[in-house]
Design a protein around this ligand. Sequence first.
Ligand code: ADP
Length: 164
Amino acid sequence: MIKVIQADITTLSVDAIVNAANTTLLGGGGVDGAIHRAAGPELLAACRKIGGCPTGEARITPGFKLPAKWVIHTVGPVWHGGDRNEPTLLANCYRNSLELALKNGAKTIAFPGISTGVYGYPKDQAAKIAVIVMREYENKFDEIICCCFSGGDKALYEKVLAED
Ligand code: ADP
């Protein structure tokens, strides 16, 4: 089942939350900063050991102080106008995160809107890609959650899910 909620992703008691990280995995602003603050300094130490992640791929760490058991760190593409493979890279983020979740036995997973903050991906196009990939995996999970930070984002996901 795919579910849309409005929440701060760091508060969710799910098996895995997904982080919109950068290639260094050493923390940043937005949802990445919020996740690192809530998980505590052990998360940064775990990320440092991993040593980075290419765009479109995903890596997993424990959630440490978070209610979530795991954090899956994925690196979304920076939006350059759409002709630099952004759609494929963004779909890869969702697919690789879901595969890593399955491999680690996660049954519930929550995603923020990868690339839709500082990385500038148009939110409607990003939501469509997210939902297409989530649909491919929904039967393998109890819940795939679209965790929206704003009411506007929640309305957008609800519209995309209703149309698809
Ligand atoms: P990116 O660099 O991939 O664009 P951002 O963190 O800047 O990542 O933004 C990704 C999305 O996460 C945005 O839609 C933003 O509104 C949302 N966001 C920011 N903080 C949180 C949070 N605590 N919980 C859920 N979503 C969040």
